[in-house]
Design a protein around this ligand. Structure first.
Ligand code: ADP
Ligand code: MG
Length: 493
């Protein structure tokens, strides 16, 4: 069978080896913890950070005779996610047992979905700097998480914490459509944004609620797929990029040396910045998958799916398109604003009834810049949307200049208050009284006859005069009026 690939080799992405160009091929398996108060097949809590074994029901501990009962909310969350990935929703799916032994897996098998997952093919769109990449989603299935073995609590003993045991995960599998570390990072970033918008996974990689298995292979451009290695459980987007760069180089070196790649499971060591072998790759048949006899096939109606679709929030791609079309934002600014739903909402409340580009500028440059510097977020911002909008209104009305507005922002940031009232109280109003400005202009012109003569020949010197007048008026003179007056008095067209 020949595989028809959607993507053509792109020389810009090739990696140079000692003997020529190589192309890297990447596919991702992401485990996303379903946002749900209870586990997939039991009523135990999913709360993070509780004492070991505080969140364990008899089902999660696999006591003999206990039966799993499907949690409808987890099913709804998987369907919402499928809809958000524009994917095929399967009205009938089947839970299977994936059999393996591990101390933190008391059932001796994981309940997962194998041949008939709840969600089929979908797509994730990446807006890369100079191209739009469509990454195929192969499938999404529901499965249970395992517990955790604790080896560093005692010198000679290991412990098992079953808090995670039975927590619902969505495994989201991409097609091998990614061609660089940057694309892989963009894929994870985008997937995380979509999950957060949907409210189906919080996307916290540092708490383990999103983990990525990264499949990497290399090949000569134009050839079929090479043998892949799977790098397990990489827990940050940056590390995913580093692991791919390292792994691709490692494989290229082996192949150029005349060797061959062993299909294996590897680990990324973030301290050393390298991947290392963990075990040879297991095959599906090693797990002896079979349908779980404790669970009926999972069936629901199209009407149920339609109902969930009806209540889906606006997704980042749609929001971005709307921001560009309705507010006239650049795609770049729109991207920055839609990266988090709270920032998009914040922007919209600032922009409402105002100059949207100006609103975007103030939100992105002044507010986000300041929040980043202070390690704060929109939720903890000392300046709210109403206050930022108030500052913009004052600029628009001509009450303050853009420069004074920055001082005002600083005051509101540290002391709070209502912008118009602060401007009033502190006498920050812009001087638009032409008589007052003219007096200053005359004074500066009279004091600098040489510069006036030069400016007649070289009009760019006007800027120097504007600067002097603004300085003299402590930034409060209306810059447009200053400009006009200076031009008229010096005699510049
Ligand atoms: P498994 O569960 O055995 O890991 P799959 O066949 O479902 O298996 O593939 C898992 C992931 O590996 C998918 O994300 C897929 O895109 C990716 N993948 C498959 N073949 C390759 C390849 N040659 N190079 C890189 N990634 C690949
Ligand atoms: Mg795998």
């Amino acid at each position: 069978m020949t595989i028809v690939e959607a993507r053509k080799p792109d020389p810009k992405k090739f990696i140079k080896g000692a003997t020529g160009d190589w192309e890297v091929v990447i596919g991702m398996e992401v485990h996303a913890q379903v946002t749900s108060q209870a586990k997939l097949f039991s009523g135990a809590s999913t709360e993070f950070g509780n004492d070991p074994n505080a969140n364990v029901s008899l089902v999660d501990a696999a006591m003999p005779g206990m039966l799993p009962v499907i949690n409808e909310e987890c099913v709804a969350q998987a369907i919402r996610t499928g809809l958000g990935l524009k994917a095929q929703i399967n009205l009938k799916s089947v839970f299977d047992r994936k059999n393996y032994f591990y101390p933190d897996l008391p059932q001796g098998y994981q309940i997962s979905q194998f041949k008939q997952p709840i969600v089929g093919e979908g797509v994730i769109i990446l807006d890369m700097p100079d191209e739009r990449v469509e990454v195929g989603v192969e499938r999404l299935h529901l499965e249970q998480d395992a517990g955790k073995s604790l080896h560093d609590q005692h010198p000679t003993m290991s412990f098992v914490d079953l808090n995670r045991s039975g927590v619902a995960l969505m495994e989201i599998v991409s097609k091998p459509d990614l061609r660089s570390a940057d694309e892989a990072k963009a894929y994870l970033t985008k997937l995380r944004i979509i999950l957060r918008y949907l409210g189906t996974c919080d996307g916290n990689m540092d708490q383990g609620s999103m983990r990525a298995d990264v499949n990497v292979s290399v090949r000569r451009p134009g050839e079929g797929f090479g043998t892949r290695c799977e790098i397990k459980n990489v827990n940050s987007i940056r590390f995913v990029g580093q692991a791919i760069e390292y792994e691709a180089r490692r494989q290229i070196a082996i192949l150029e040396d005349g060797g061959s790649i062993d299909q294996e499971t590897r680990l990324y060591d973030a301290v050393k910045g390298e991947t290392r072998s963990m075990r040879s790759k297991e095959e599906a048949h090693d797990y002896r998958y079979f349908p779980d006899p404790d669970l009926l096939p999972l069936e629901f109606t199209q009407a149920y799916v339609d109902e969930l679709a009806l209540h889906l929030p606006e997704l980042p791609d749609d929001k971005k398109a709307r921001f560009v079309a309705d507010y006239g934002l650049t795609p770049y600014d729109a991207d920055v604003l839609v990266a988090e739903k709270v920032s998009a909402d914040f922007f919209e409340s600032v922009a409402k009834g105002r100059d949207a580009k100006m609103a975007a500028n103030w939100v992105i440059n002044e507010l986000f810049g300041r929040l980043n510097k202070e390690g704060l977020t929109i939720e903890t911002s000392p300046v709210n949307a109403g206050q930022l909008g108030g500052i913009i209104d004052l600029i628009k009305e001509g009450t303050i200049s853009g420069k004074i507005a920055k001082d005002l922002f600083e005051i509101i940031w540290t002391e709070g208050g209502e912008p118009a009232a602060v401007v009033e109280a502190r006498g920050m109003k812009q001087v638009t009284d032409l008589g007052a400005i003219e007096a200053v202009v005359d004074q500066i012109i009279a004091a600098n006859p040489d510069k006036v003569a030069q400016a007649k020949e070289k009009p760019t010197l006007l800027g120097w005069f504007v600067g002097q007048v603004m300085k003299e008026s402590k930034g409060k003179a209306n810059p447009q009026a200053v400009n006009d007056l200076l031009k008229a008095k010096i005699g510049i067209e």
